[in-house]
Design a protein around this ligand. Structure first.
Ligand code: SAM
Length: 286
């Protein structure tokens, strides 16, 4: 396991991913009844953009930094509703208006959780798990936050079906292993068997198109119910060996999600200055 998310915190992929996650959580919270959120690949939880890993790559400079310049800080514009919950979390972390700390998925989720909701976060890397405990655990003695040093795919077997009956699962693996898509498909079949009603958000990198066609085809063949594909491209797909965009496959997406992302993606393209407009977004039901 070589992947360390600290090198990539606040990158465009993180901004799109976390803004979307905040929308999914807010949707689940439209109902009073609590829900469970399982984050299978949680990472650290909280990132210091001044530390040497983040400074080495400076990936946040094309991601959260321009978004913060527009909507964060003391002189920032009022954020649009679609970004409000996500940016509120970052403002809580950076109360003096200077952007330094960036929230990973479990930290964002923990901030948004109501007492009746529950977060289960899994992280397999020992150092990252220790960091996750340090950053997310101070409040994790709250009964509704459970952190596990374990394999996120195996956790699905242990935690499904959720007692709450309402659930959201984020699967955000590092794609280091050549058989990651096999593991994903296996996980989706298990979810479909044990908790067919939950919403699943699978993050994936947009690199070479034929690999993605085959991934989408396998999703289609798995007959999982409704699947929404959402891709945010931040550069033209001229080369297959570099990261051209950030993708999501949602199983059982909320009915408003497609509409929300159709509005969110152009807004992010404009704010992050990707040089692409609506043509840099792909939203389609499989
Ligand atoms: N979800 C995080 C976020 O949005 O802030 C980022 C997660 S990062 C892309 C992937 C994480 O998965 C890494 O921290 C890595 O150590 C961890 N990981 C890799 N294989 C895993 C596995 N089988 N189970 C759980 N975690 C794993």
């Amino acid at each position: 396991m070589n992947y360390r998310h600290a090198y990539h915190a606040g990158h465009i992929c993180d901004v799109v991913k976390h803004a979307t996650l905040a929308l999914l959580i807010a949707y689940m919270q439209r109902k009073e009844k609590g829900f469970a959120l399982l984050d299978t690949h949680a990472g650290y939880g909280l990132y210091d953009l001044h530390d040497e890993k983040a400074q080495k790559t400076k990936e946040s400079e094309a991601g959260i930094v321009p978004l913060w310049k527009t909507f964060g800080g003391e002189d920032g514009l009022e954020p649009p509703e679609l970004l409000a919950a996500y940016l509120r979390c970052l403002k809580n972390l950076n109360p003096d208006g200077e952007l330094r700390f960036y929230a990973g998925s479990p930290f964002l989720a923990r901030q948004m959780l109501r007492p009746q909701d529950r977060l289960i976060a899994c992280e397999a890397h020992p150092d990252d798990f220790a960091a996750l405990r340090r950053t997310v655990l101070p409040e994790a003695d709250r009964k509704n936050v459970q952190l596990h040093h374990r394999d996120g795919y195996a956790a699905l077997k242990a935690f499904l079906p959720f007692a709450e009956k309402r659930g959201l699962i984020l699967i955000d693996p590092p794609y280091e292993k050549p058989d990651e898509v096999d593991a994903l498909l296996k996980a989706l079949m298990l979810i479909n068997e044990r908790a067919p009603q939950v919403t699943v958000a699978i993050w994936y990198p947009v690199k070479d198109r034929p690999t993605l066609w085959s991934f989408h085809e396998r999703l289609r063949e798995a007959k999982l119910g409704e699947v929404l594909i959402a891709e945010f491209l931040f550069q033209p797909e001229l080369r297959a060996d570099r990261l051209n965009g950030t993708g999501f496959a949602f199983v059982n997406p909320p009915f408003i999600l497609q509409e929300q992302l159709t509005a969110l993606f152009p807004l992010l393209h404009q704010t992050l200055e990707t040089g692409m407009g609506a043509e840099g977004s792909i939203l389609t039901m499989l």
